[in-house]
Ligand binder design. Structure first.
Ligand SMILES: [Fe+2]
Length: 163
């Protein structure tokens, strides 16, 4: 048994109904983002920069790919529902990706960037974004969809087919 296996697993973020936007597809993706954040949190090792660096290199591409896939899902739903706030929302998504890519660049250049800082950066951004921008849009979408029952599922099914 390695010392890593003895370390208790703790969560930095725990899913609750407060974070639900009321659409299963999006909630499931947000839950997966929480899982990624918690996995990162459980690999924080301030005493071992090399271990953190190795973990970062093994996981960061997976994190970026998942975040991009998730953003694409939201964006396709927004486009198909002709959401007026689409451009502003996409701008937030793009800025976040650019920030993470900038951190990766610094890592690649050998700069010290503690995993705990990256983990908190991603966690804070995700929680704020879900609580404000995602909720605002998806709650509005649900209201519109509930007035048009036949279109209710087609919105999310289009996204599933697409992303
Ligand atoms: Fe979003």
């Amino acid at each position: 048994m390695t010392p890593d296996m003895l370390k208790p697993v703790t969560n930095l973020v725990t899913w609750s109904a407060t974070y639900s936007v009321g659409i299963k597809l999006i909630d499931d993706q947000h839950k997966e983002l929480f899982n990624l954040v918690n996995d990162m949190y459980n690999h924080v090792n301030n005493d071992d920069e090399e271990a953190e660096r190795a973990y970062f290199q093994s996981v960061i591409k997976q994190v970026v790919d998942y975040v991009k896939k998730h953003f694409a899902t939201e964006e396709i739903i927004m486009k198909r529902t002709k959401y007026k706030g689409y451009a502003e929302h996409k701008k937030e998504h793009d800025a976040f990706i650019l920030s993470v890519l900038d951190i990766i660049k610094k890592f690649d250049e050998g700069k010290r960037f503690p995993l705990i800082s990256l983990t908190h950066f991603i966690k804070d951004w995700i929680l704020t974004h879900i609580a404000i921008m995602d909720k605002q849009y998806f709650e509005r979408l649900r209201k519109v969809a509930s007035r048009k029952p036949k279109r209710k599922l087609s919105v999310t099914q289009a996204a599933i087919a697409c992303c």
